[in-house]
Design a protein around this ligand. Structure first.
Ligand SMILES: Nc1ncnc2c1ncn2[C@@H]1O[C@H](COP(=O)(O)OP(=O)(O)OP(=O)(O)O)[C@@H](O)[C@H]1O
Ligand SMILES: [Mg+2]
Length: 295
């Protein structure tokens, strides 16, 4: 590609960002602001499901998160936004110790789930990941039947097989996939469309009765129609679960989240009610980001 093509592409991306930002600000401005903005008092009195305290993260010598203290409220959706490489996925993976699998990864600080530090020595990782499920950017169903994708987790956790049909139907219903697949439960999951595969991954995450669900850009590979279905689903899920979602799409953050955390270069720049972040952020950098001027 010539330099001229590069410039056209960069200008187009910038315009797209600004358009996304303008619509996001409009969506957020129409949110009903039934809750007070975040304050020490609110954090003390509202039910916290998870909380990071001064969380820092390194890969080898490279520090990618610096002293992040973030509350995540029960039955609420918290969105994490910020430019590529600012540490969103690293932060999300620290919330259920997925980064333990990376040998160079090291953390300092605390990650509390119901007031218990998940990095304490005696924590059972299988049990932890049962309580905190995760859905990734690219749908990753197992290469097995639709029903077995859901039954796998309960099987591993020793649930009686008689329960499987009830669990399979229940999870597929919650993931709004049941009517589309109920007559083909034995088909391979790989025969589903991208959007259906992502809803199957959500159903799979629900199968072990988690308390928190982490989503890392769950819609970035989906078309607008499939995206809308997942967003509706996330909004429903918060009635039962606590949700944390990383998204590049500011409209999505404005549509689905109650609280938004803006990260930059591994730091938490601002955290507040989503409406407040998008309508009157306190920091200039947040304002520049949400208006699409960088990122
Ligand atoms: N396994 C790893 N080893 C070394 N460095 C890593 C590893 N994973 C991520 N990083 C680095 O850590 C920083 C944060 O990465 P991370 O994936 O958390 O960012 P992100 O905000 O999710 O970005 P994106 O929006 O592009 O997904 C980046 O500089 C990245 O290159
Ligand atoms: Mg990421």
């Amino acid at each position: 590609m010539s330099n001229g093509d590069d410039e056209v592409l960069i200008t187009k991306q910038k315009l797209d960002r600004e358009k996304d930002a303008a619509i996001a600000i409009k969506i957020a401005s129409e949110l009903t602001d039934e809750h007070e903005i975040v304050s020490e008092e609110l954090i003390r009195t509202h039910e916290l499901k998870m909380e990071t305290i001064n969380l820092s993260h390194w890969y080898g010598d490279k520090q990618v998160l610096s002293g992040i203290s973030l509350p995540m409220f029960k039955n609420r959706v918290t969105a994490i936004i910020g430019a590529s490489g600012c540490g969103k996925s690293t932060f999300l993976r620290d919330l259920n110790r997925m980064n333990d699998l990376i040998s160079s990864a090291r953390i300092a600080g605390q990650v509390l789930l119901d007031d218990q530090d998940i990095y304490e020595k005696n924590v059972d990782l299988n049990q932890l990941r049962k309580r905190i499920g995760m859905v990734f950017q690219k749908a990753n169903p197992f290469a097995m039947s639709i029903e077995n994708n859901i039954a796998y987790g309960p099987y591993v956790h020793g649930i009686n097989e008689k329960e499987f049909p009830r669990i399979i139907e229940g999870c597929l219903r919650k993931a709004v996939l049941w009517t589309e697949v109920k007559d083909r439960l034995g088909d391979t999951a790989l025969s589903l469309s991208g959007g259906q595969q992502q809803r199957l991954c959500i159903a799979r995450a629900l199968s072990v009765e988690p308390e928190v669900i982490l989503f890392d850009e769950p819609c970035s590979a989906l078309d607008p129609h499939a995206t809308a279905k997942i967003e509706d689903l996330i909004t429903k899920l918060k009635e039962e679960y606590t949700v944390v979602i990383v998204t590049h799409n500011m409209q999505q953050a404005a549509r689905v989240s109650d609280y938004t955390a803006f990260f930059n270069l591994g730091e938490l720049i601002e955290f507040n009610r989503t409406k407040k972040i998008f309508s009157s952020p306190e920091r200039k950098m947040t304002e520049e980001y949400i208006s699409g001027r960088f990122g």
